[in-house]
Design a binder for this molecule. Structure first.
Ligand code: LLP
Length: 444
């Protein structure tokens, strides 16, 4: 027996719900989106994005804190423009992201630039753009940035990204705040750096920054890290640094399966308890929590393969479109677009894509109402780190993206087809000469 309520438990009902037997994104039928835009396709709810942003922004507003959206989670121009219109700032990690942010309508004064390996060109371009803040991750980067700024006759506003050495209790591939990670400047090494810093003419030290990891679902690690940041701010102020900003990073976890997610009130309360009395301009850099549940990946069933003891649901979406299950063993609820009828048989499927590796598996033994070829399914909570991590592996088109707002929708990234991919490549003459032909030519 199928229970539709169970199937849609991870879809926010204000954005994705069954209507007349078909899953809708806001007022638009997912079947209609599939007809228009094809599959696989990411579908985002504009109103859900706005609601997630407003809930967090208003919870931290009494603290005077600002959101710098970590655009690595979803950097589609439409998503960026939506957050810019809401008044967000943006956290970037490459020259490419800065260009994307500015193209979508963010102002240079909204841009924080983080990242452990910024090239000379990237730093130079960011100085020319006049961004709000460089989050600097090493002494070497400080020296380089200072020299570049001096040569241009400007002064770079810098926050030191400190590694607070706390355990975030999250997946090893996305933890960043432990001492042995490549990120940030070792907490213990800051005092030694301070004198050199004072002598750097191209740098104005405005504050400190940290980010301890991603998909963290309890307050403890944040509390510990923010407390260390508060302590360090006090110590450095006592040593004569006019620290006025604190960037506390992102990492606020969400519910993919049964996790208890951090609420906006939890985030605000943790900030208030730890750094609330410092009088700093506080900012946070959330990515996932703003976009994850506002997006789904829709795919079409190619074939249901009966392998005796196993039933494979082979779909036209694959690990190149959504890599999180292959890379982090992550869970995404899978929801049929056609509402289950009462009494529909449940089948335990291995849900897989067509790519030639076993890691192209989205779920094993997942109970779903029986599916047929051409049925549509969606992966829930795929708005974060879905499209941004997609690729064209196996010569597949790059996945398309759609945004829905009420009864309207738009294709916000068209599919990047194989012909266009081929057009980027060239065949030099020597590649065509092979075997005997090439040798014969050489002998002449
Ligand atoms: N700030 C910095 C400096 C970061 O490195 C990150 C994420 C964020 C903010 C935003 O973190 P969030 O609020 O989204 O947790 N691809 C992985 C996640 C990688 C996160 C990397 N850094 C995934 O799909 O789970």
């Amino acid at each position: 027996m199928t229970n539709a309520a169970d199937l849609v438990r991870r879809l926010p009902s204000d954005a994705f719900a069954y209507r007349d037997g078909v899953l809708h994104a806001e007022g638009v039928s997912m079947a209609r989106i599939a007809e228009t835009a094809g599959t696989p396709v990411y579908v985002y709810s504009a109103n859900r994005l706005r609601r997630r942003y407003r809930a967090l922004a208003s919870a931290i507003a009494p603290l005077g804190a600002r959101i710098h959206y970590a655009m690595k989670a979803n950097s589609n121009q439409a998503v960026l423009a939506l957050f810019a219109a809401e008044g967000a700032g943006v956290d970037t990690v490459s020259g490419g992201e800065i260009r994307r942010a500015l193209a979508a309508g963010f102002q240079p004064g909204d841009v924080v630039y983080s990242g452990v390996g910024k090239t000379v060109q990237e730093l130079s371009d960011a100085l020319d753009a006049g961004i709000y803040q460089f989050n600097v991750e090493s002494v070497e980067e400080l020296r380089l940035l200072s020299a570049l700024a001096e040569a241009k006759g400007v002064v770079a506003p810098v926050a030191l990204r400190v590694n607070p050495d706390v355990d975030a209790n999250t997946h090893a591939k996305i933890t960043t705040g432990k001492k042995d990670n490549k990120f940030g400047i070792d907490f213990e090494r800051i005092p030694a750096l301070e004198n050199e810093l004072k002598a750097m003419a191209g740098i104005r030290l405005v504050g400190l920054a940290c980010h301890i990891g991603s998909q963290i679902v309890s307050r403890g690690p944040f509390h510990a890290a923010y407390q260390r940041m508060a302590d360090l701010t006090r110590m450095m102020r006592a040593r004569g640094h006019a620290l006025e900003r604190l960037d506390l990073g992102g990492g606020f976890g969400i519910a993919y399966e049964n996790e208890l997610e951090l609420s906006p009130a939890d985030v605000a309360e943790t900030i208030r308890e730890t750094v609330g009395d410092l009088g700093c301009h506080v900012s946070i850099e959330p990515g996932r929590t703003l976009v994850a549940d506002a997006g789904v990946l829709m795919a079409k069933v190619i074939v249901v393969k009966d392998a005796g003891t196993m039933q494979f649901l082979i779909i036209d979406g694959a690990m190149n479109d959504l890599i999180r299950p292959a890379m982090y063993d992550s869970h995404h609820d899978i929801v049929p677009v056609r509402a289950p009828a009462a009494g529909d048989a449940m089948v335990s499927y291995d849900v897989v894509g067509p790519i030639c590796e076993s890691s192209d598996t989205f779920a094993k033994r997942r109970p779903l109402p029986a599916q047929r070829a051409d049925d549509l399914v969606v992966f829930a909570t795929a708005g974060a780190y879905g499209a941004t991590m997609s690729s064209t592996y196996n010569a597949r088109p790059l996945v398309a993206e759609v945004m829905v707002d009420g009864d309207t929708f738009a294709v916000v990234r068209r599919r990047f087809g194989v012909d266009e991919q081929i057009a980027l490549e060239t065949i030099p003459d020597f590649a065509r000469r092979a075997g005997d032909g090439a040798r014969a030519e050489a002998a002449e």
